[in-house]
Ligand binder design. Structure first.
Ligand code: NAP
Length: 253
């Protein structure tokens, strides 16, 4: 149900950098508004992406120059970065280019996960550091298939979950579960038990879609190696789809 982004519009063409549930929900809320066009952009990493309503473009822009040309060429006058919290290259590019062009820009970032009583989290700064922090445990890796190369040299037994099959370089002792969230605590507990998981390795993605594994690890008293988010550039941020819609209302009104 839309939305506060109508009104006396100054902004007429919004680019949503997506690849997340939030990006999809935001696009779904903004399509069909009179006087405003919305284009969602996906990187094209997933073979069958969940596509938002409205216009969608897929694939990289070609770095800063390509992004600038695309934004100017398509008359974009506001950008919402709803990419994943670890998509720091895209966010950096969008922040820089929109700043140079003087285009309203906001980053929509869901809050990170918070440790709870009973958790045994070990925070690290990067996926490479997560690989270094591992001993010889059987590890459940949910850092995404693009990150497997960081673990490729390790002899550990790994269980990896990803939407599409992983590709080399990747660890040799690997069991792959092809699945996409949301996941249940019961399912996560079963998976961890079945595979005799000893440690969970994950990124601080935040959100409800994939948080069941943290509850399961808590219940099974498993340690978690948690990769900290990369820092955000100094830009305006909001933490929910509703807040992004309100932001669009302020720049449009
Ligand atoms: P990244 O490292 O920040 O970006 C690498 C390159 O991918 C960018 O320079 C850009 O290519 C292209 N790109 C990224 N997001 C794009 C978008 N929304 N539209 C068009 N091009 C995009 O990003 P990433 O971590 O590889 O993530 C790629 C996509 O997957 C993002 O859309 C993100 O939301 C989603 N995702 C990422 C993760 C994760 O853990 N990183 C998890 C779930 C979903 P050009 O330089 O050619 O423009």
């Amino acid at each position: 149900m839309p939305v506060a982004c109508a009104g006396d519009l100054r902004v007429t063409a919004v680019l949503i950098l997506g690849g997340t549930g939030e990006g999809r929900r935001l696009a779904d809320q903004c399509v069909g508004l009179s006087g405003i066009s919305v284009v969602s952009s996906l990187a094209g990493r997933v073979r069958s992406p969940k596509v938002p309503q409205g216009e969608v473009r897929i694939g990289g822009f070609g770095g800063e120059t390509g992004f600038r040309d695309w934004v100017i060429g398509h008359g974009i006058d506001a950008v919402v970065d709803a990419t994943h919290p670890f998509a720091s290259v895209m966010t950096g590019t969008a922040a820089k280019v929109t700043g140079e062009l003087g285009i309203p820009f906001v980053v929509l970032r869901r809050p990170g996960w918070a440790e709870q009583p009973g958790d045994r989290w070990h925070w690290v700064d990067s996926v490479a550091a997560a690989a270094e922090a591992l001993g010889d445990e059987t590890a459940f890796l949910t850092t995404g298939r693009e990150e497997l190369k960081a673990f490729a040299h390790l002899p550990n037994r790994f269980v990896v979950r990803s939407v599409d099959p992983p590709e080399p370089p990747m660890p040799s002792n690997l069991y792959t579960v092809l699945d996409r969230g949301p996941f249940t605590v019961e399912g996560e507990r079963r998976l961890m038990r079945e595979h005799a998981i000893e440690v969970l390795v994950t990124k601080d993605s935040g959100g409800d879609m994939t948080s069941a594994k943290l509850q399961a690890a808590r219940e099974l008293r498993l340690p978690v190696i948690m990769v900290r988010r990369p820092p955000l550039p100094d830009v305006e941020t909001v933490d929910s789809v509703a807040a992004a819609v309100r932001w669009l209302g302020t720049v449009a009104g």
